[in-house]
Design a protein around this ligand. Structure first.
Ligand code: COA
Length: 424
C-alpha cells in the first residue's frame, strides 16, 4: 500500500506551481483527479510544443500519475459535478488567479458547507496585503521573494535562477501544508485552508540572505569576496557571485577544457578543516606555514589570490578528476553538471530520479521522477493523462452517474467529448 493510498485529490491546478504539488501527492499514492477546461485543458499542454499535435513536455513532466476530467466549471452541470467531487475528495488544490474560485461560486465558506472535512490548498503570488490581487509567475516571485536581488555578480544586474523556486518550490511548500492538514484532520475531524504564497516560499528559501541583511549592522560580511576586494558594503545584502553561503569560502573555478565546454567548471570550497590538504594537493605545501594564511580569518582578505592559484591547478584537471582527487581527502568540491550529463547519469536513472516514460502521442521521453524516497512507498512514474481521458470513468466510477443521468451530463456540453467516449 502506498503512503497516501485512499486519499482523493481534486486537482484544480494549472501551469507549474499547483501541478508539481499534486504530482508529488500522486507519486505518494493519492488518486489525483485533474479538472481541465473542455477542449482546452491546462494551458501548458500546448506551450513550448516540440512534437506537433502532442502534449508538450511542459505538461507531461508536471502531470504524471494523474487522471484528467474535462469540466466547464461555469456551466450548471459542471458546477453540479464539481460539487459532487468536493463531497467525495479529501483535498482540493488550486492555483487560479485571486478571486477566480469565488467567481465560480466555490468560496471557502461554500466548500466547507459542501464538505467540512475537505482541505482547500491554494497557491497565490502574494499573501494578504497590498499585492494580494496580483497574478504572479515564476520570475516575479523570484524578484519579490529576495532571490533576484541577492543573485548574480556585484557589478551586474539582479539575476533570476534556473531553479524554479517560485513555482516548483511553492508546490513543495504546499504539499507539506496539505499532508500536515491531513494529519491534523485525523485528530480534529475538520479540514482547513492551506495557503502557500509564492513570495513567502521564495523568501523561505532565501533565509540566509535575510540573516546577512541583519549581520550588516555588525559590520562588513567578511566571507563575501567583496570584503577581500576592499569594496564597501551598502544598506542591503549584496549579490555574492558564486561565493558560498556559509562561513567556508567557495568559488566556481575553471577546469580542463573550459575554453570549449561551457560546463567545464568545479565548485571548490576551502574548508578550514582541510586547509592543509588543499595546500598539498595544489602544490603549495609552504602555504601551511605562511603567516597571512594561518587562520580562516587571516585568509579572508586574500581569497582572490588563493582561489586564482587553486584555479591554476583545477585547470590542469577535468571536473571529474578534481572530484576523484579531492573527494577522498574530504575537500568539498562539485562538478558543474550539464543537463545532458544529468539526463544520461546512470546513477540517477538507477534510483528513479531520472525516468524514461512512454507516451502514446509523443513516444518516450525523460523526466524527473520523485526526488523524495520512501522505503515502504516506492514510486512508479506513469504517463500524464490525455485531455479528458478519464472523464467518463470519473463520472461513472468515482461519482456514480449512470444511465439517464450520464446522458444528461453528456448532452450538457460541459464535459468535452464524454458522450462519444461513454458510447465507446
Ligand atoms: N471551466 C471554466 N472556466 C475555467 C476553468 C474551467 N475548468 N478553469 C479555469 N477557468 C477560468 C477561471 O475561472 C478564470 O475565469 P475568470 O477570470 O472569469 O474568473 C479563467 O479561467 C482564468 O483563470 P486564471 O487563473 O486567471 O488564469 P490566467 O491564465 O489568466 O492566469 C496565473 C494564470 C498563473 C497568472 C494565475 O492563475 C495566478 O496568478 N495563479 C496564482 C499564482 C500561481 O500559481 N502562479 C504560478 C503559476 S505556475
Amino acid at each position: 500500500m502506498k503512503a497516501l493510498e485512499g486519499v482523493k485529490i481534486l486537482d484544480f491546478t494549472h501551469v507549474q506551481s499547483g501541478p508539481t504539488c499534486t504530482q508529488l501527492l500522486a507519486w505518494f499514492g493519492a488518486d489525483v483527479i485533474k479538472v481541465e477546461r473542455p477542449g482546452v485543458g491546462d494551458a501548458t499542454r500546448k506551450q513550448l510544443v516540440d512534437v506537433k499535435g502532442a502534449d508538450s513536455l511542459y505538461f507531461t513532466m508536471l502531470n504524471h500519475n494523474k487522471r484528467s476530467i474535462e469540466i466547464n466549471s461555469k456551466d450548471p452541470a459542471g458546477k453540479e459535478v464539481l460539487t459532487k467531487l468536493i463531497e467525495t475528495c479529501d483535498v482540493m488544490v488550486e492555483n487560479f488567479a485571486p478571486g477566480a474560485l469565488d467567481r465560480m461560486g466555490f468560496s471557502w465558506e461554500n466548500i466547507q458547507k459542501i464538505n467540512p472535512r475537505i482541505i482547500l490548498a491554494s497557491v497565490k503570488g502574494f499573501g494578504p496585503g497590498k499585492y494580494e490581487d496580483c497574478k504572479v509567475y515564476e520570475n516575479v516571485a523570484q524578484c519579490a521573494g529576495g532571490s533576484a536581488s541577492t543573485t548574480g555578480f556585484l557589478d551586474g544586474p539582479p539575476l533570476v535562477t534556473g531553479a524554479q523556486i517560485g513555482d516548483s518550490g511553492t508546490g513543495l511548500h504546499l504539499a507539506l501544508g496539505i499532508v500536515t492538514a491531513l494529519y491534523h484532520r485525523e485528530k480534529s475531524g475538520r479540514g482547513q485552508k492551506v495557503l502557500a504564497p509564492m513570495q513567502d516560499g521564495v523568501l523561505n528559501l532565501c533565509r540566509v540572505k535575510l540573516r546577512d541583511q541583519q549581520r550588516l549592522a555588525a559590520g562588513p560580511l567578511t566571507e563575501y569576496s567583496q570584503y577581500g576586494e576592499g569594496i564597501e558594503f551598502g544598506e542591503a545584502t549584496p549579490r555574492a557571485g558564486n561565493d558560498s553561503g556559509g562561513g567556508q569560502p567557495g568559488r566556481i573555478l575553471k577546469c580542463k577544457g573550459w575554453q570549449h565546454d561551457p560546463n567545464a567548471y568545479t565548485y571548490f570550497i576551502t574548508q578550514a578543516a582541510v586547509w592543509d590538504k588543499v595546500c598539498d594537493v595544489i602544490g603549495e605545501p609552504e602555504w601551511k606555514n605562511k603567516e597571512e594564511y594561518s587562520t580562516p580569518a587571516k585568509r579572508l582578505p586574500h581569497l582572490n589570490a588563493i582561489f586564482a592559484r587553486i584555479e591554476d591547478w583545477t585547470m590542469t584537471k577535468t571536473k571529474f578528476e578534481v572530484m576523484d582527487i579531492c573527494n577522498p581527502l574530504d575537500i568539498p568540491v562539485g562538478p558543474i553538471l550539464s543537463m545532458k550529463e544529468i539526463m544520461e547519469d546512470e546513477g540517477l536513472q538507477a534510483t528513479g530520479t531520472i525516468v524514461k516514460v512512454d507516451h502514446p502521442e509523443r513516444g518516450a521521453y525523460y523526466t524527473v521522477g520523485c526526488p523524495i524516497k520512501l522505503s515502504d512507498s516506492p514510486v512508479e512514474v506513469t504517463r500524464s493523462p490525455l485531455l479528458g481521458e478519464h472523464t467518463a470513468e470519473i463520472l461513472s466510477e468515482v461519482l456514480g452517474y449512470t444511465g439517464d443521468d450520464l446522458t444528461r451530463l453528456a448532452d450538457s456540453g460541459a464535459f468535452g467529448n464524454v458522450r462519444k467516449e461513454a458510447a465507446e
